[in-house]
Design a protein around this ligand. Structure first.
Ligand code: ZN
Length: 345
């Protein structure tokens, strides 16, 4: 048995690149094709295009049908992975030409087409115009897919991506990175909360998308906007762990303050330690100001803006002005919210 893969592996920069190459190529091929296919059709394409197969059969006189036969179970097992992840589906059967037996027909699911399109956009060895149109295609597909679900997070993201497409804001690797991170949460292993936290990070992690982020938020219909902000609030407050993060002395005070502000979707109840007052205390903050804080969503791995490489981040603390003594930059907000970690390893 080979190791089971996840969508996060496929979209991340994983260590076992070699194991992931074949399933990635299947998705890219299928996404461009956007049509149903038989195993033989895919298999023959892989024999001619998958680098390790090409190398293995270079200069060999093995017949093409035997080449495919010898790789059949390997390719099938990778296809089964993709079926299990909900990226490929069996789409009925057809009669084989030779012996009239039933052979399965496959098709990429909507999620599979999107993951394939993101992978195509992620290819670095292509002209920037090709990359731009590949990214635009992925963005339009994602926007259409997210619209199918009426949850506030998806409505927001669908509008956000539609706006990015309209304004053609997808010219750099950072944007493709954003697609990869976000979509790691969307199909197969469906983790709405992780997705929302990734969404909250957009303004600080991708600075040139900050204006589109807040425009989209402000232009949502009032109900969706309220529901989304309330979800953000719940996610932020739920990440407080008394034991490790918050001064135990003020936990009850924080709980009372949270209770009193629970219906106020535009505020978050936090706690912090003032280095001047030498004191911990809970406080309430406007949710927009919170999302705009530059260092609140610490990431363990992020894109280095200079090298464009994924690097390990150093631990950061977020300081703001103290509400009690009024001094600048001395109230340390506790804790940081760690995000997008396991998807980019
Ligand atoms: Zn103070």
């Amino acid at each position: 048995m080979h190791e089971l893969i996840t969508i996060g592996n496929l979209l991340g920069s994983d260590k076992n690149e070699a194991d992931l190459a074949l399933p990635r190529e299947i998705l890219m091929w299928g996404s461009d094709k956007s049509d149903e296919f038989r195993f033989t059709e895919l298999g023959n394409w892989l024999i001619e295009n998958h680098r390790p197969f090409k190398d293995e059969f270079a200069g060999s006189h093995t017949r093409r049908s035997y080449r495919l036969h010898s790789k059949r179970s390997y390719i099938k097992s990778r296809m089964e992975d993709l079926v299990r992840l909900g990226l490929i589906q069996k789409h009925g059967t057809a009669k084989a030409e030779k012996n009239r037996s039933d052979i399965p027909i496959y098709k990429l699911t909507f999620g599979g087409v999107i993951v394939g399109a993101i992978l195509v956009a992620s290819k670095t060895s292509q002209a920037s115009s090709t990359q731009n149109s590949a990214t635009a295609r992925a963005v339009l597909l994602i926007s259409a897919y997210l619209k199918l679900n009426k949850v506030s997070t998806f409505l927001f993201l669908s509008n956000f991506f539609a706006k990015c497409e309209q304004e053609q804001r997808y010219g750099d690797y950072g944007f493709i990175h954003l697609l990869r991170v976000l979509f790691s949460h969307f199909t197969g292993e469906f983790n709405l909360r992780q997705a929302r936290i990734a969404v909250m990070c957009i303004p600080t992690l991708y600075e040139d998308l900050e204006d589109i982020f807040f425009q989209t938020l402000n232009e949502l219909d009032e109900q969706t906007r309220k529901l989304l902000l309330l979800q953000f609030k719940m996610d932020v407050e739920a990440d407080y762990s008394y034991k490790y993060q918050m001064d135990i002395e003020i936990a009850k005070e924080w709980e009372i303050m949270r209770f009193e502000n629970i219906q106020n979707y535009s505020k978050v109840t936090l706690s912090g330690y003032c280095q001047e007052c030498k004191l911990s205390y809970p406080f309430v903050m406007d949710i927009f100001s919170f999302i705009r804080l530059p260092d609140i969503f610490a990431v363990e791995h992020g894109i280095d803006p200079d090298t464009q490489q994924i690097e390990e981040s150093t631990a950061v603390v977020q300081k703001i002005d103290c509400f009690r003594c009024g001094k600048k930059n001395c109230l340390v907000i506790i804790p940081n919210w760690y995000t997008v970690t396991k998807y980019i390893q």
